[in-house]
Design a protein around this ligand. Structure first.
Ligand code: TYM
Length: 332
């Protein structure tokens, strides 16, 4: 396929540790399929992660962890540009321009901000403008497609609104992107509380399965997971959120439909389903973990990130030149 016929894809993951199966099934798994037919940029969004305090030494390690995980799940640095957000200065520059073209009203409506700032008298400004930096990430690369989990839908909408607003006011400046969401797995729920989404920061480690969890930990988390007392295995998010979540995870990892699973487990107990799911998850994660260990120790990783930053930087520079022209900013 000629490069000009290809779509541009951009997505990012925060290097805050505990990358879990929600991140994988909701977003990262899509990255791999997309890299064969598109021009893809996959970013480690370290500047987003400092919206809340991070230990600097640990942050650097977590950046390398995400880079190694990207490659361990199957991203090929020859096909995809893998890079660190703060290595390309255009993200911060464009973010300011977009900040000047967004409104406190629309940012106040972002549910993620509302959740993260809950109970605080005063929240860090970065937490408030977080979605604008995310819009900058996307618009900087003339992105067509943004593969993400459902929790980012509102941020993608905001990105589109800002792009359209600027295009209308200053003439065509940005490509208006579309979000891309998987049919099954776009919102994986916490194992200990299926009413909340699985998250990196939840205190209970058994609420999630991290991609690097040991088999014994995976087993414990799944066997302990919250279900219901009905004893029937069927998909019904409203009445049976726990079992429905387990069925979704099973379905995507095993590449089987939920209907097929419901049929197989008819008349059987939750224990059977959980035991089989443990095996399915371990079988899927073991090869990723083995590749991760190898890549994480290799010198290749830093070379990949440097090469990625250079390639991303070329695209970003061209966009920033265009943006500066449109807004009448300086020349360099
Ligand atoms: P982050 O780091 O929280 O999550 C990375 C990706 O995982 C998805 N995700 C989930 N999907 C299904 N079930 C879940 N429980 C679950 N939890 C997380 C997220 O939707 C995301 O796709 N703001 C973003 C990072 C970002 C970004 C961007 C993404 C910054 N700039 C530009 C796309 C484009 C975030 O915090 O993701």
């Amino acid at each position: 396929m000629a490069v000009k016929d290809m779509k541009r894809v951009f997505s990012g993951v925060q290097p805050t540790g505990n990358i879990h199966i929600g991140n994988y099934l909701g977003a990262m798994k899509q990255f791999i399929e997309l890299q064969n037919e598109n021009e893809c940029l996959y970013c480690i969004v370290d500047m987003h992660s400092i919206t809340l305090p991070q230990d600097p030494k640990q942050l650097r390690q977590h950046i390398l962890d995400v880079a190694a995980l990207y490659m361990a799940i199957g991203l090929d640095p020859k096909k995809s540009i893998i890079f660190v957000q703060s290595d390309v200065s255009g993200h911060a520059e464009l973010s300011w321009v977009l900040t000047c073209n967004s409104y406190t009203g629309e940012l106040s409506r972002m549910t993620q901000f509302k959740q993260k700032s809950k109970g605080r008298e005063s929240a860090p400004t970065g937490l408030f403008t977080y979605p604008v930096l995310m819009a900058a990430d996307i618009l900087l690369y003339d992105t067509d497609i943004v593969p993400v989990g459902n929790d980012q839908k509102q941020h993608i909408e905001l990105t589109r609104d800002i792009a359209i607003r600027i295009n209308n006011k200053y003439g065509k400046t940005f490509v208006v992107p579309d979000g891309k969401f998987v049919k099954s797995g776009a919102r994986i729920m916490a194992l200990d509380n299926p009413d909340a989404k699985m998250s990196k920061s939840a205190e209970n480690p058994h609420s999630r399965i991290s991609l690097l969890d040991e088999p014994s930990k995976i087993k414990k988390s799944i066997m302990k997971s919250t279900t219901d007392s009905e004893g029937v295995i069927r998909f019904d998010v409203e009445h049976k959120p726990g079992i429905s979540n387990l069925l979704s995870i099973y379905s995507v990892f095993a590449d089987e439909t939920v209907e097929a699973l419901e049929a197989r487990y008819e008349g059987r107990g939750y224990g059977d389903l959980k035991k089989d799911l443990v095996e399915v998850v371990i079988n899927n994660l073991t090869p990723i973990q083995e590749r991760f260990k190898e890549i994480r120790q290799s010198q290749e990783l830093l070379d990949v990130l440097q090469d990625g930053a250079e390639r991303a930087g070329v695209i970003a520079e061209a966009t920033m030149k265009r943006v500066k022209d449109r807004f009448g900013l300086g020349w360099k």
